[in-house]
Design a protein around this ligand. Structure first.
Ligand code: ZN
Length: 201
């Protein structure tokens, strides 16, 4: 079900997915990027204790809270994209589910107690080593406010969404699919991959 949209710029080039690491987080000794038998990528290995420092994408979880047809958006009080609008979303914590995380972020950023609904979008943000997982959500009461990471929080009619000032492409993707599905009376799952990698190979 759903579709998968690819957005690439520039076209993919030979690419080293490792982010630079200098020292071992366990023992403080220098690390060296090297091949490991049986592994398809080079890894940073500690010269002292031998710990292999794997690097994997981080999960960002969020939701599109709706109250009487309007959508709750937050204006960011932090970088990146300070001053731009987004949905409640943030890094998932250990020990919580994706839905738990989306609910927690709504409480932290928008002081809103939401009910998480169906899966809306999964966006692979390849240049940031992140996967964004976004849900539909219901705001049962119009109670919300600006959390520590928000300048202001507002309910927007679809026709008033500030598209030019949306903070992230993944959020724009999720919002556009949300409104398309709502118009059609369906709740699809949508996939996208954003690839703006510019790191040196
Ligand atoms: Zn070490």
């Amino acid at each position: 079900m759903g579709n998968h949209v690819w957005v690439r710029f520039p076209p993919p080039a030979p690419f080293n997915p490792a982010r630079p690491v200098k020292f071992c987080s366990h023992c403080g000794q220098p690390v060296t990027l090297r091949a490991i038998e049986g592994d398809h990528l080079p890894r940073y290995v500690c010269d002292g204790c031998g710990t292999v420092h794997y690097q994997n994408p981080k999960l960002v979880v969020g939701c599109v809270p709706e109250y009487e047809g309007k959508i709750l958006l937050c204006r960011r009080a932090i970088e990146p994209r300070h001053g731009y609008w987004t949905i409640p979303a943030g890094f998932m914590e250990n020990g919580e589910t994706t839905q738990d995380g989306a609910r927690r972020e709504s409480l932290e950023e928008a002081l809103a107690e939401v009910e998480i609904g169906s899966l809306l979008a999964v966006v692979h943000v390849l240049h940031a080593d992140q996967v964004h997982v976004m849900f539909r959500a219901r705001l049962p009461e119009p109670r919300f406010g600006a959390g520590a990471e928000s300048l202001e929080v507002m309910l927007y009619e679809e026709s008033a969404i500030p598209w030019a000032d949306i903070a992230f492409r993944s959020v724009e993707f999720a919002l556009r699919r949300y409104f398309e599905d709502r118009q059609r009376g369906v709740e699809g799952h949508h996939f996208a991959s954003l690839d703006y990698r510019r790191r040196a190979p």
